[in-house]
Design a protein. Sequence first.
Length: 150
Amino acid sequence: MLGVPSSDLLSISERKARFFNYNEINKTLDPLMFKNSRGKYRKPLGKPLELVIGNEDPDFTDFVSRCLTMDPRKRLTPNQALKHVWVLKGLPPQVLVHHQKMHNISTPELPAQILHSRNLYLQQQQTQKKQEQTSKSKSPIKSNRPKIMI
């Protein structure tokens, strides 16, 4: 999870005593510090997420940060995650078309880059179907009846 939970989330938490100390002076809950496997203490928000996972793809960083949001009311739902830009742009066009049908993603919702590759794929499919239909119509009709020789 990212960061420290908000005070309203902590107020409804049943296990906060395992992870937080009540600070009498500030009247706040301070996170308990634990050592990791290397014996180092890790404080909340000690490293930015971009530094940990790399910042080559801002959509991926957004996806991970929204999945790791502390408050479950603000966290991505599985359905929202399947509609996230990073997931959609990683799908091959033929899978994207199927994915859209399965998860009720309307075409205008798609980002421009994804929409362009989807439309190219659909145009190629239409062209291929037309070529198949034309080649079938040009081929001679074959009869399934056996030839009778006299």
